[in-house]
Structures are given as C-alpha cells and as structure tokens.
Design a protein around this ligand. Structure first.
Ligand code: MN
Length: 495
C-alpha cells in the first residue's frame, strides 16, 4: 500500500540573462546532467525531473504554482548555478507550498587552475548565487534543507535521499484519513490532542467510528476467506499447538482471521492510512485485535493503541519514509526498566500490537489471556527484535504546538529467555544513557507511546519537522541536561 516510485522531485535551476545565451545553454546542460545523475542514482527513491532554467520572475512563479498543484510532485530542489537575483524569486517563494531543498553545489568539483578565466568564474558562481538565494529564503522565514557539496559525492546524495523520503512521508500525510475506532483510553492525557490543529498543521484528518461500524464488516467475512488466511498464518508463523487443526484454540485463530479480514475491508472501504482502537471499546468484537494489527502495520498502516491517533499518523509517516529500506518501523511503548547499575536497559513492548516488520526470525503465533478488556483471549505474534541502532519518536501536543521528540537508542540482543512474557518485545539502551535520556524525555513531555524505527535516523525526522514547521527535539549521544533544559526554555520563547 506504499509506493514511492510514482513520486517526483522537480529540479529547478536559477540563473539570469546578464552573461548571454551561450552561458545559459551551458547552465541548462549542466542542470540536466546533475538532475539525471540524481535520477539514476540508486540512493534516490523518487524521479528527479529537470525543469527549464529560470531567469524571470514570471517563469519562477509559474513552475512553483505548477509544483503546488501537481499530485506527484513531492518537493523542489533548487540550485543557483550562476547568480540569480533573488528579488525575482519573492513572488514564487511566497506561493511555495511544497518542501524545498537548496542544493548548494557547482558543476565542477575542482578549480581548473591553469585555465580558469572570468567566463568560468561567471558561469560557476554558486558560491555567490546560493548566498543570494539563501538570504531571501531566510528573510522570508521559509524552512528548507540546505545541502552543500559536490553533486557526485555519495554522502551528499544520501542527504538528498533522506530529505526526499521525509518529503514522501509529508506528501502522504496531506489529505490522509485516519480512523479512530472508539475513543481515547479513559482519563489518559498524552494520547489526546487537538485534531483540528493536526489537520491544519500536519494535513491529515482523524475521525471517530463506533466499533459497530467495524463489526458489520467482520460479520460479513466468508468462511473460505477465513480458512485461506489461517493457512497463511500456518505458513508464516509457528502456530502454537493449542491452535493447530484440532486444538482447543482453533476457533480463536479463526476468529482472529475473521477480525483481520473485516478490519482490512473497513480500512480499504474508508481509504484510511491508519487507525486506532482501544480495549475499553470492543463491543461486538470477540478479541482485542492483536495479530491483525501486527500484520496490518507490516503492510503499511499506521497504528496507535488506546486511541492514540498522533502515534498512528507518525507510524504511517515513518513507514512511508522508510519504504524499501532494510528493517522496520513499529508502534512501541516504553514498558519497564532494567536498572542494573552496569547494564541499564528499557524493555519495550505492548499488550499485543508490535509490528511484525521488526521481528527477528519466524514469529510464534500464540494465544494467551489478556488481563484487561474483558473479551476472549486474543491471538498475537510473539518475537524478539534484532540488535542494532534504532530510535524512538513521539509526537506530542503541547497545547500551543506539536513537538516531535526523538531518542536515539541501541537495541540489544535479548540476554534471557522470557518464558512467561507472551508478547513481542525489544530491549534497548537509550543514548546517551538511560538516566539522562529518560530525564530529558520526561522534561520534554514525551509520551510512553512511540514509533520505534530500525532504519530511520534523526535526520529524517528533523527534515519532516521542518516541512511541517513544528518543533523538533532530539536526545542522542551528545545530550547533556544543562543544555537540554536551555533548549526547551528557548524553544518555549521561540514558539
Ligand atoms: Mn499503550
């Protein structure tokens, strides 16, 4: 349900008429070469479309208005090859609604020492033109990503690819719909928020549905479809003996398949990109959806438990950004601590709903009682998660703004068997250390719910925050609490 290949980034090049037609022809050739080199790079996830060199106010306005209106254009890369007087950019930039990356590069990598003359200087003056363009964007207070370096550097292409992926996540959120099945878990604060402000600021809508709306889909599911899906479960997972053909839990597995098929049909019918549910509103559903949610997340749906629509939308956005990269992204919760002085860790999990995209090895499909919710025992996938660098991200509503809070972590291999814990789980060390990270997280008001990512870095989320024009705060190896508290205090003033 996610496909980045149809998306385009438009490559626009600024110049002017001062140095004549010959210079402009060269600028156009260079722009085509740079754009097609990016287009053909394996690192770049979307199409790069080169547009004619821009030399007038009218042409700049025109291309930006077209970009705004285009359903496939996710953003613009702007390069000032020569000097491009920025007053002619004002009207266009005023209209700009798509993310913009300012590529500060030049065609030649090295200065041709023996042949360089004034013609060469005038043709290759990004150093000059990029500053003029940057001044105007700063003056107009337009958020953008500035990437500096030679266009053939792999490192530079990676930074562009990060921005492109963030722009895909942003583009996907515009007009996206999320379904909230039931309301919020009663009395909980951090999962609440201003849905009107979210739609205004972040572009997606969240609307509530009764569980009965879902149940009517679940009730229509045909037995044949249930049997086919149960077979799929048996191929993909190690199904516990209780749920094999003649086991006492077989009907629960079938019921779980029925819920999954009904839930998928409900989401498809409504064109939803994600959803929430809550164990307090399950009337008519015989199980809290566990396995169905784990599998729908792996397909690309965003999800938040207990009515947490902000996390559902964030999970979806991060899945879009990470599409095609190795590793996964999942709804997650900081659950419990290991405070051993030499080995402090966080155990992350949820009651059931951890995405199978982060599973290490073949998940085990099990059925166990659930202490809350008052329904039948739910089926779930149980697995561990591979060690490696990862992060947790949390979107919170501070009343006057959204804050995206990110903590870099290192997932560690499970050191012990957990025979009595029948849920998917991951153990991690937060950076810089558990005490500092948890202090900072709590000072920043971060939620217990997050999106756990194995394949995104903080840079993706920073770029995404700039596109949304929201606050971004990171906790990583360089965080110290003195500076962190100041950052929160200063941001309070800035916002
Ligand atoms: Mn929870």
């Amino acid at each position: 349900m996610i496909d980045l290949k149809g998306f385009e980034v438009w490559f626009i090049t600024g110049s002017q008429h001062l140095h004549g037609e010959k210079t402009l022809r060269q600028v156009q050739e260079h722009a085509l070469t740079v754009a097609s080199s990016l287009h053909n790079s394996e690192k770049i996830p979307v199409k790069v479309i080169s547009k004619p060199v821009l030399t007038t106010r009218e042409a700049i306005c025109q291309v930006i208005l077209e970009a705004n209106a285009s359903v496939s254009c996710i953003g613009l890369i702007a390069w000032m090859h020569t000097f491009s007087p920025a007053k002619m950019w004002i009207a266009g930039l005023k209209a700009l609604q798509k993310p913009l990356l300012h590529l500060h590069t030049q065609f030649n990598r090295d200065i041709p020492w023996s042949s360089i003359d004034m013609d060469f200087m005038n043709l290759n003056q990004s150093a000059h033109g990029g500053r003029e363009f940057g001044y105007m964007m700063s003056r107009m207070k337009i958020k953008r990503k500035v990437v500096v370096g030679h266009w053939q550097e792999p490192e530079l292409q990676e930074k562009i690819a990060v921005w492109m992926r963030a722009a895909c996540g942003w583009h996907d959120a515009q007009g996206a719909a999320f379904a909230r099945l039931g309301d919020n878990m009663r009395q909980v604060a951090v999962t609440e928020g201003d849905k009107v402000e979210a739609e205004t600021k972040l572009g997606y809508s969240v609307n509530g549905y009764g569980v009965g709306d879902l149940v009517s889909f679940v009730d229509q599911v045909a037995d044949n479809d249930i049997n086919r899906l149960v077979e799929e479960y048996e191929e993909l997972y190690t199904v516990s003996p209780a749920m094999t053909a003649n086991g006492p839990g077989r009907n629960s597995l079938k019921e779980c398949a029925r819920i999954e098929i009904g839930l998928r049909a409900f989401l498809k019918e409504g064109g939803f990109k994600g959803f929430t549910d809550t164990f307090e509103n399950l009337h008519g559903l015989r199980q809290l959806p566990g396995l169905p949610v784990q599998r729908l997340m792996a397909e690309g749906y965003g999800f938040g438990a207990e009515g947490d629509w902000k996390t559902a939308a964030l999970v979806r956005a991060m899945k879009v950004m990470a599409h095609g990269l190795p590793g996964g992204n999942s709804f997650m919760e900081d659950y419990t601590y290991h405070f051993h002085p030499e080995n402090m860790n966080v155990l992350g999990a949820h009651m059931l709903e951890i995405c199978s995209s982060i599973a290490m090895g073949k998940p085990s499909c099990e059925i166990h009682p659930l202490g809350i919710g008052g329904r039948e025992d739910p089926v779930r996938l149980v697995f561990n998660v591979a060690p490696g660098e990862a992060l947790n991200a949390s979107m919170i509503d501070l009343g006057n703004r959204f804050r995206l809070l990110v903590n870099k972590v290192v997932a560690v291999a499970p050191e012990n068997e957990l025979p009595e814990l029948p849920v998917a789980r991951v153990l991690w060390k937060p950076l810089p250390d558990l005490k500092t990270a948890a202090t900072a997280w709590i000072l920043a008001g971060g939620a217990h719910h997050t999106c756990f990512s194995q394949n995104l870095t903080t840079e993706y989320l920073e770029d995404f925050s700039d596109m949304a024009d929201i606050e971004f705060i990171k906790i990583d190896q360089s965080t110290d609490l003195y500076h962190f508290k100041n950052e929160l205090r200063w941001n309070e003033a800035a916002f």
